[in-house]
Ligand binder design. Structure first.
Ligand SMILES: [Zn+2]
Ligand SMILES: [Zn+2]
Length: 400
């Protein structure tokens, strides 16, 4: 009966079955902004679910390229994608699944190339990463910007999905044990010596457990996005859904907030700087703006340690170098003259005496749309490089 078909096929027909859920609000999902970190095994399932559900604005961050071994676990990749950036391939496939979406791929490391402004901009962050360092980075940024985040983790047939809801309750670091911190610090202290080898550690993962954990994670995201509406939906705030794929046992664990946890800092006062961008602003300009607001004694505090000189104690050779400490490779630390490991001179503050004040923030490793802290005595005000807002707001306009 063609007449009847015409009546039922409205442009919104794609979501008709979802809307049958009494509390479902498709317009809310269409307006939602979600940041997904990782486009690997978990990320693929997370992204696929978000696209099917019509979550309208998806930012996805991943630094890796597609390998053939991904094809057994990644529904968005094809053999012909080998060697291409996962974030870019995934973005294309998501728009095939749902052409209504805005998808912004960001090729880069979550620690250094995604500004806090994006965290502040989105409604929820979903992590599909495979290491503690990335989780700690996401967690700090979400707490600073008061953004809920959901962490998925899988290994072989088991996994966990947990929800952290700042500013209340436990954060990811609250769940870390002394042994977890020891392993993180071990990796950090070895960073200059064998970072390349350490990062090559691979976790066994399956598409089946990934589907379970990503399903829970995205389901929590959907409920979180609805949380300002009535009725209030239950979410796993400060809790984890633990799944054992061998026995199919599952249970919910409640985490405790740790009073001595360092990760609960939050942005109390923020100044948006619409004319400032990471690539177009020098440290001198930013410091002047911060001092105009906070006084002549104010300094800028950095999120990441900034290396600005490499010094060889053996032969005396000095070299200017600008970049994040954690991104310094083992080979860059070696003296080109005598082959010894050089001393690394770095800072976590900009006081006005630095030799690199006329370099742009970006050229010293600051992420686009970053938020930096100005400090004067006990007063702290955060400053956002709001001129970079468009960087992540327009398709294909990101810096990579
Ligand atoms: Zn904590
Ligand atoms: Zn030397």
């Amino acid at each position: 009966m063609p007449d009847r078909m015409e009546l039922t096929f409205t442009p919104e027909d794609r979501y008709a079955r979802l809307r049958l859920i009494s509390w479902w609000d498709q317009d809310l999902l269409r307006a939602a902004k979600v940041l997904v970190v990782g486009a690997g095994t978990l990320g693929n399932e997370i992204l696929k679910n978000l696209a099917l559900l019509g979550v309208g604005h998806i930012f996805l961050v991943d630094m890796d390229r597609v390998e053939l071994s991904n094809l057994s676990r990644a529904v968005l990749f094809r053999a012909t994608d080998e060697g291409k950036f996962k974030a870019k391939v995934a973005a294309v496939r998501l728009r095939e699944i749902n052409p209504e979406l805005e998808v912004v791929p960001i090729v880069g490391n979550i620690n250094f190339e995604v500004g806090l402004g994006l965290f502040r901009h989105v409604d929820v962050v979903i992590g599909g990463v495979d290491n503690r360092e990335a989780r700690m980075a996401i967690n700090r940024r979400c707490w600073l910007t008061n953004t809920p985040w959901i962490d998925g983790a899988i290994e072989a047939l088991s996994g966990v999905a947990r929800v952290f809801l700042p500013p209340e309750g436990p954060c990811y670091e609250c769940t870390m044990t002394a042994e977890d911190y020891r392993l993180v610090n071990l990796r950090r202290s070895c960073a200059l010596l064998s970072k390349e080898e350490m990062l090559s550690g691979k976790t066994p993962t399956t598409p089946t457990t990934s589907a379970v954990i990503a399903g829970i994670a995205v389901q929590e995201a959907v409920k979180l996005l609805h949380r300002k509406k009535e009725p209030a939906l239950p979410v796993l705030a400060g809790k984890g859904f633990v799944f054992n794929g061998l026995t199919h046992d599952s249970y919910v664990v409640t985490y405790q907030e740790r009073e001595d946890c360092y990760a609960h800092e939050k942005i109390e006062r923020l100044v948006e700087l619409p004319g400032f961008t990471a690539a177009g602003t020098t440290w001198r300009q930013l410091l002047a703006r911060v001092r105009a607001e906070m006084g002549a004694e104010a300094i800028v505090e950095l999120l990441n340690d900034l290396v600005y000189r490499l010094v060889c104690a053996h032969c005396g050779k000095e070299e200017d170098y600008l970049g994040n400490l954690a991104q310094l490779s083992a080979s860059a630390a070696v003296c080109p003259v005598c082959g010894q490991v050089r001393q690394v001179v770095f800072t976590h503050q900009i006081t006005g005496d630095e030799p690199f004040l006329d370099y742009t923030l970006r050229s010293t490793g600051v992420a686009p749309w970053e938020i930096l802290a100005g400090q004067a005595g006990a007063e702290r005000i955060y400053f956002e490089l709001s001129g970079d807002r468009m960087w992540s707001g327009k398709e294909g306009a990101n810096a990579h």
